[in-house]
Design a protein around this ligand. Structure first.
Ligand SMILES: *Cc1c(COP(=O)(O)O)cnc(C)c1O
Ligand code: SF4
Length: 358
């Protein structure tokens, strides 16, 4: 990393304040007053492991975590609660949109704060830790809803909990008879891999089915330390899936997406979702139009292993849920299909007729 500043004592701790960002060479002095304003509204944290991946502030790693004055501008279509979670919360910490599953958000702390986060109005270092009583109310709600088969731990980042607290939550959830599946959504293995200790991995283990979904947006996030932390989790028998957000300047090219999904597959991480960016306030600089996202994915079809293929999804603004965005290979009228090379083929319909390619 020739352009990386020499490590300073500050590089051993998480960067949080505008002054620390300035001293680390990640923002310039001229933008400091505006960065300070951003800081009043949205938390910043750049942990040492993630910091070491930044070669320059506008690279695919830096863009994800370094605050920008552009965050002070809210576009007319941007919403504080872009996917309508707040209205779907029956008790604090629970979000219930789908019949068979619910989110449990035990805290709102993250190892780093993504500048494009859809929950950016809520997450932060002093936010939202459910106390014992609130956790008990969330467990009671889950116990009283037998249709819930899967509980998705999210936040914030559930792997920012202490091993003891995570262990307690996993035990309480596993003890609910109708809950068969526990899912953990996290950024810790790539953002702060040193936090994946043996104790924390032991706390993730359960007699119920456990799945882990790691959020990563660029192949460089799969550092040797991140790879080792994922391996620890996998050795415990927990399958790991990947979720990413399509982001301008981070992964908005075919080679970047290919590199990201290949890095996942090579680490036994199955790409699960590629999210269309949710329109949270001050995130316009990351926006990639849906048509462009579809074309990018189409360009990977046939070129990379099918294991590397995520579902491209949109969380419909207002709380209507996630839907796949294609790309769609079925032609109109729906009698032929176009292959990755652009060639059309007839498909057989249920009544036995075969449509001829036009
Ligand atoms: C995204 C989400 C889920 C999980 O959806 P899957 O498609 O099962 O990954 C569950 N509940 C809410 C409220 C969500 O936003
Ligand atoms: S880790 Fe997830 S919840 Fe936390 S800031 Fe990033 S996108 Fe938001």
């Amino acid at each position: 990393m020739p352009s990386c500043p020499a490590p300073s004592p500050a590089s051993s701790r998480t960067l949080r304040t505008p002054q620390e960002l300035l001293e680390a060479g990640l923002v310039d002095a001229a933008s400091l007053p505006e960065i300070a304003k951003v800081e009043e509204r949205y938390a910043t944290a750049i942990p040492p492991a993630f910091r070491s991946l930044i070669e320059n502030p506008d690279d695919p790693i830096g863009r994800q975590v370094i605050p920008s004055p552009e965050e002070l501008i809210t576009a007319s279509h941007e919403l504080a609660d872009p996917i309508g979670d707040d209205a779907l919360s029956p008790v604090p910490g629970i979000v219930h949109r789908y019949a068979d599953r619910a989110l449990l958000k035990p805290l709102l702390i993250c190892p780093l704060y993504c500048r494009f986060c859809f929950r950016r109005e809520h997450v932060g270092p002093d936010g939202g830790l459910l106390d014992e009583a609130a956790l008990e109310r969330a467990f009671s709600w889950l116990r009283a809803h037998p249709a819930i088969r899967e509980v998705i731990l999210t936040g914030g980042d559930p792997l920012m909990l202490s091993a003891r607290r995570l262990d307690h939550i996993m035990h309480e959830l596993a003890a609910i008879p109708h809950v068969t599946t526990l899912r953990i959504h996290t950024r810790v293995p790539v953002a702060a891999p040193e936090k994946i200790t043996d104790e924390l991995v032991a706390a993730m283990d359960s007699e119920k089915a456990v799945w882990l979904v790691v959020h990563a947006n660029h192949e460089r996030e799969f550092s040797p330390e991140a790879r080792a932390s994922l391996k620890k989790i996998q050795r415990c028998g927990i399958p790991v899936l990947g979720q990413s957000v399509l982001l301008r300047g981070v992964n908005d090219s075919a080679p970047a997406l290919e590199g990201l999904f290949r890095a996942m597959v090579e680490n036994q991480v199955k790409p699960y979702y590629l999210h269309q960016l949710d329109a949270a306030p001050g995130t316009a600089r990351f926006h990639v139009p849906i048509e462009e996202g579809q074309a990018l994915l189409a360009s990977l079809r046939g070129r990379v292993t099918g294991l590397a293929w995520p579902t491209y999804v949109l969380d419909i603004p207002g709380g209507y849920g996630k839907v796949p965005l294609g790309p769609d290979y079925l032609d109109q009228p729906r009698a032929t299909v176009t292959d990755p090379n652009g060639q059309r083929h007839a498909i057989q319909s249920p009544d036995g007729t075969i449509a001829a390619p036009s």
